[in-house]
Design a protein around this ligand. Structure first.
Ligand code: SF4
Ligand code: SF4
Length: 433
């Protein structure tokens, strides 16, 4: 999520709120879900956003934005459980409070199993962007994404994808990278590109605390989690395929963000921005929290029926949350050569100590370093193409030529020549074996 603050004022020009119309309620039981346990925060809750709250939020959210474009982001749990009528009313309220010239967009994140003709007709008609959670082929997706009865869900998700494609709904995929798919990057990527026909992909690493509360406490992680090294290797492999054939036709969020950073812009994604805290969460009853990953009492801001959204977004508490990302950055990160893109990553994952013993190093550091070192030269070339007004997709021709030259060197290498792969070994002891 991305947001911008006014330069001369603490009042944000724009911010995002992820709205949970059914709280954490979901029709699936994904084993790595960090949100299901949030139901415990509301033991008496009926987990339904009522019309008064929906209208109050819509009014406050639109009024607070000082930019012409506003996006409503619907999340869960499973937001489609709120029903189509809920979203119809949401659009009516948006229309009621919209200012002249304002563009209002809607984005919804779903597990996909409830999608049908009716939903997809609605999403197409009102130009919703749909995010669909899908982790790869059967053995990878179904390893953890199961229903309440523990049954696999991929077939039902793929039926939902068919509806999206049938109705030409804009969608992107959100793939969690976890212990069951991290060793199969190309299988996952090709599945998304081929079978799902996805053109916009996000790969989110599972780094999940293993504790009773579900809060960001303690350093133990669940077995679904991946290491930094695994995550970096997963993304590097996908990058090597993407950069050879898919630049300009498939958009992978982390590569886009990296390109923006190499082009001298802000990364534009909270985990890689210098500060964060402008993507809050609104629970079904109007409770506002600092971030989707910090829906816990310590990060509770207030209920929007008691205090206005603008006041909460600009409150000392939220500003402190936002700045903590930058202010708690270890010296090791401040001196890192890829700080301009990484900025220490998300605070929720800062559970390691640096080599000199300072706390606050990101658990994924090793992977980020590997990834950004691997893609750096290519990104520099693409950023230069952008600056010169040319297409970054030109990189594919450059790499094709490099690959052809390398291929020729392999084809003509003698047994005792240095191996063209650059290993430093003789060809006969390396690729010529
Ligand atoms: S804590 Fe992490 S996920 Fe939350 S806003 Fe900050 S960077 Fe983003
Ligand atoms: S790569 Fe590691 S050291 Fe560098 S900024 Fe990121 S987390 Fe810090």
């Amino acid at each position: 999520m991305n947001a911008r603050q006014g330069e001369n004022s603490r009042s944000p020009l724009a911010f995002n709120v992820m709205v949970k119309p059914r709280g954490a309620v979901c029709n699936l039981d994904c084993q790595y879900c960090y949100y299901l346990r949030k139901e415990q925060l509301y033991p008496d809750g009926d987990f339904r956003m009522d019309d008064d709250m929906l209208e109050a939020f819509t009014r406050q959210y639109i009024r607070a934005q000082q930019v012409p474009e506003v996006t409503f982001a619907w999340q869960g749990g499973e937001p489609l459980l709120a029903g189509l009528e809920f979203f119809e009313r949401a659009l009516q309220f948006q229309q009621k409070y919209s200012r002249p010239g304002m563009i209002i967009k809607n984005a919804v994140q779903t597990n996909g199993v409830l999608l049908d003709d009716e939903w997809c007709r609605f999403f197409k008609r009102y130009d919703f962007l749909v995010g669909i959670s899908i982790d790869g082929p059967h053995e990878m997706h179904d390893a953890y994404r199961v229903d309440k009865g523990g049954q696999p869900t991929l077939d039902r998700v793929m039926a939902g994808v068919e509806y999206l494609n049938k109705h030409n709904v804009d969608f992107n995929t959100l793939t969690c990278v976890h212990a069951a798919n991290v060793d199969y990057p190309l299988e996952v990527y090709r599945f998304l590109r081929g079978k799902v026909e996805a053109h916009f992909m996000q790969f989110i690493p599972i780094v999940l605390r293993d504790n009773e509360t579900g809060f960001q406490e303690g350093n133990a992680l669940t077995p679904h989690s991946v290491t930094g090294k695994q995550y970096g290797s997963f993304l590097k492999t996908i990058f090597d395929e993407w950069v050879r054939r898919d630049v300009g036709t498939v958009f992978v969020q982390i590569f886009d963000v990296a390109l923006a950073a190499w082009a001298g812009e802000s990364p534009g994604l909270c985990i890689f921005d210098e500060t964060c805290g402008t993507a809050m969460v609104l629970e079904h009853n109007g409770d506002l929290y600092s971030c989707d990953h910090f829906v816990e009492p310590r990060y509770y801001l207030d209920n929007i029926s008691s205090r206005d959204l603008t006041e909460l977004v600009t409150s000392e508490q939220q500003v402190r949350f936002s700045h903590a990302k930058r202010d708690s950055l270890p010296g090791y990160c401040r001196e890192c050569s890829v700080k301009f893109i990484c900025n220490g990553g998300c605070p929720k994952n800062r559970i390691l100590s640096t080599p000199d013993g300072e706390p606050g190093l990101n658990y994924l550091c090793e992977g980020y370093r590997d990834l950004f070192a691997h893609i750096g030269p290519t990104m520099q070339y693409m950023a230069e193409e952008l600056r010169e007004g040319r297409s970054p997709a030109n990189i594919m021709y450059v790499i094709a030529q490099q690959d052809a030259r390398l291929h020729m060197r392999f084809a003509t290498a003698q047994r005792n020549d240095p191996c063209p792969c650059g290993s430093g070994l003789k060809f006969k002891n390396c690729h010529g074996r």
